[in-house]
Design a protein around this ligand. Sequence first.
Ligand code: ZEM
Length: 291
Amino acid sequence: FGEAAKKLQGPFVPKFEDYQQVYNSIAARLEERDDYDDGSFGPVLLRLAWHCSGTYDKETGTGGSNGATMRFTPEGSHGANAGLQSARDFLDPIKEQYPWITYSDLWILGGVCAIQEMQGPKIPYRPGRSDRDVSFCTPDGRLPDASKDQKHVRAIFGRMGFDDKEMVALSGAHALGRCHEDRSGYSGPWTFSPTTLTNDYYKLLLEEKWAWKKWTGPKQFEDVKTKTLMMLPTDMALVQDKGFRPYVEKYANDNEAFFKDFSDGVVRLFELGVPFTVAEDARWTFKSSFD
Ligand code: ZEM
């Protein structure tokens, strides 16, 4: 009888409400698991979603958020992905609870949820990513190297198809989280509120005095006043470069403009390389836990 009923119903096709439930479960787990870093897994969840997406190469169509190939050793152990196991582990119980969602849709939904729950803008979402095997792992070296300059930033993000404005807007994610010596070698947070998305990253870039940190670790900047904040060489390139700087100034002065461009940029980033069957105008916007 059960089988017959199942046949009549056809295969389970998840709808908006089902994904909203997954969103709610991630949000609840973010609230529960405050035993991490500055009290939130949010930043590292966003970093996982970004590192899935940021491998995209527009020439070959390879990489991007379709596939969740970071599950496999070659990509999971790329230097740039150090520490992201903690984000994948955080999401595993959610995957067990909702076995119908693909890892690749789940990891991106984790990024969407993290941004919204950290009081960022709404990030419209559509499902359609499928999990792919180890042969789809991207080669090492596709993600940006923080020790480099603006030429490198433009080359890496240009390969994904982004322009100057989008590069600066996406970099505002560094309002969140911190660097870990045992992961990237760098150390410290960018802002004083690393679990709330604000335009403080741009304000601090412009308003603080920055100097090379005196230490034996990789070259990074620290704020002269408190010596508790940091900037990577690639962060500092945004104020040093004539093409980037006007956008830094714009976002420092206008949080609304930052939120709008950040959301647009992240939506594009998270969809790189995905063969959607759902139209762009059918994207969903999830309710946040505090809406
Ligand atoms: Zn990051 N990022 N990133 N980034 N990133 C780190 C941490 C975080 C660069 C980079 O090398 C680093 C974007 C762009 C760029 C986040 C989101 C986004 C860390 C520290 C480094 C070294 C890792 C560690 O030690 O744990 C470079 C060079 C970038 C471009 C030039 C974009 C775009 C992002 C999202 C849209 C986030 C949220 C973190 C904080 C992670 C955490 O665990 O706290």
